[in-house]
Design a protein. Sequence first.
Length: 183
Amino acid sequence: MRVLVTGAAGFIGSHLCRRLVAEGHDVVGLDDLSAGRLDNLSDVPEVDLVEADLRDVDAVNKVANRCGAILHHAARKSVPRSIREPEEFTEVNVGGTLNVLLAARKERATVVFASSSSVYGDQDVYPLREDVEPRPRSPYAATKLAGEALVRAWWHSSGVPTITLRYFNVYGPGQDPESEMPP
């Protein structure tokens, strides 16, 4: 299957690319390289990496061409930075997600959306469960929750198969030790 990985040169995206290639998939990656690094993909030359911005709807449509699945892991991250730059976080994380969903509808592709545990905010009961009411406390968290809502709505209104994964503190080999916070 042809698979698009957005955020392909990032920590999680590069691991996904590596696994998909190992399983025999045709992998195309999209990354604007604002946080991702080409070095993360140096051992998987089979990945067709396209340097582009999620906000560029034409670029997203082009890389999604003939893809049966889109693993959408590209996003602006960092709670402190989202407070300083809420417009950019909204444009990339929400507008970019919309562009991915538009391309998925056109290609009839399944979408896996990477969200974040930050959507939970502060809760009264732990451990956290998926059915607790989200309480985002930063623009970053709000953009991830908005992305979840778009993904859910796309399934109900357009029939695009979607799923959201809320990641908690992902870590492992290849993690950037200079990262402001865990991915």
